[in-house]
Design a protein around this ligand. Structure first.
Ligand code: NDP
Length: 247
């Protein structure tokens, strides 16, 4: 129960990887803010899962790319639960098209969800973490930000940018008790990859030494590790969770 007394906000935790992170941080003792954009019933189900671990949890709707909504969400969360010291920037989307077919809207939507999302939430929560001289910021990036991928120029830029943001922010706050790290998953079984054609998944498996996709819980464990107060000398790092696909 290494996170007892801590409050965590996991963006996009109604489904997939964020859901697994929320539940695993609760297992470790943290109270949880479950953020979602449209899927309220899924978010409420995660709240119930967290409560089974006898932790406090609330679900709050808010589009992370919208600065005003993030402000309202954080105000409500901190009023109901208290100061947030662990932030997981997980909310994400894909809008896959090869570059020549990619619309400006598809480019922009992916960038603002991942990058403005992290900017808005981090900007709102970092001052409080610095004031209390303790904080954890964990950004969920992607193998695609490291090696690129056909049809994902927007997503690769967003995730590559998030890794650069992780390292820069880690340097800026290293003396202030806040660590900033990234977890970079390979292909994980969620709604996001459920739409990938079967033949592409077969190719992914061929290029993954473990020969399979990962599970959300296998990503969440890396987040739990980085959130642990004992992980206090780890900052600016990227933990790869990809079955050996990129090493
Ligand atoms: P899912 O599509 O399963 O879930 C996405 C989550 O993000 C949902 O909770 C969704 O809320 C939320 N969300 C989407 N847009 C917003 C927004 N604007 N504001 C707030 N919440 C939002 O995705 P995954 O679990 O697969 O992915 C989670 C993260 O992991 C993403 O950042 C993704 O890029 C990254 N990742 C995923 C990989 C994979 O193979 N699955 C691999 C590498 C990285 P709602 O339910 O309301 O729609």
């Amino acid at each position: 129960m290494e996170l007892t007394g801590k409050i965590s906000l996991v963006s996009g935790s109604s489904r997939g990887i964020g859901r697994a992170i929320a539940i695993m941080l609760a297992e470790a003792g943290s109270d949880i803010i479950v953020n979602y954009v449209s899927n309220e019933s899924a978010a409420l189900e995660v709240v119930e899962q967290v409560k089974k671990h006898r932790r406090r949890a609330i679900a709050i709707q808010g589009d992370v790319s919208d600065r005003k909504q993030v402000g309202l969400m954080v105000d409500q969360a901190q009023k109901e639960l208290g100061p947030i010291q662990i932030l997981v920037n997980n909310a994400g989307i894909t809008r896959d098209r090869s570059f020549l077919k990619l619309s400006p809207e598809q480019w922009h939507e992916v960038l603002i969800t991942h990058l403005d999302g992290a900017f808005n939430l981090t900007g709102r929560l970092l001052p409080g973490m610095i004031e209390s001289r303790w904080g954890r910021i964990i950004n969920i990036t992607s193998i695609v930000g490291q090696i690129g991928n056909f049809g994902q120029s927007n997503y690769a830029v967003a995730k590559g940018g998030l890794m650069a943001f992780t390292k820069t922010l880690a340097r800026e706050v290293a003396m202030k008790g806040v660590t900033v790290n990234a977890v970079s998953p390979g292909y994980i079984e969620t709604d996001m990859t459920a739409v990938v054609p079967e033949n592409v998944i077969d190719i992914v498996k061929q290029f993954t030494p473990m020969g399979r996709l990962g599970k959300p819980e296998e990503v969440a464990i890396a987040v739990r590790f980085l959130a642990d107060p004992r992980a206090s000398f780890i900052t600016g790092t990227i933990i790869n969770v990809n079955g050996g696909m990129y090493m």
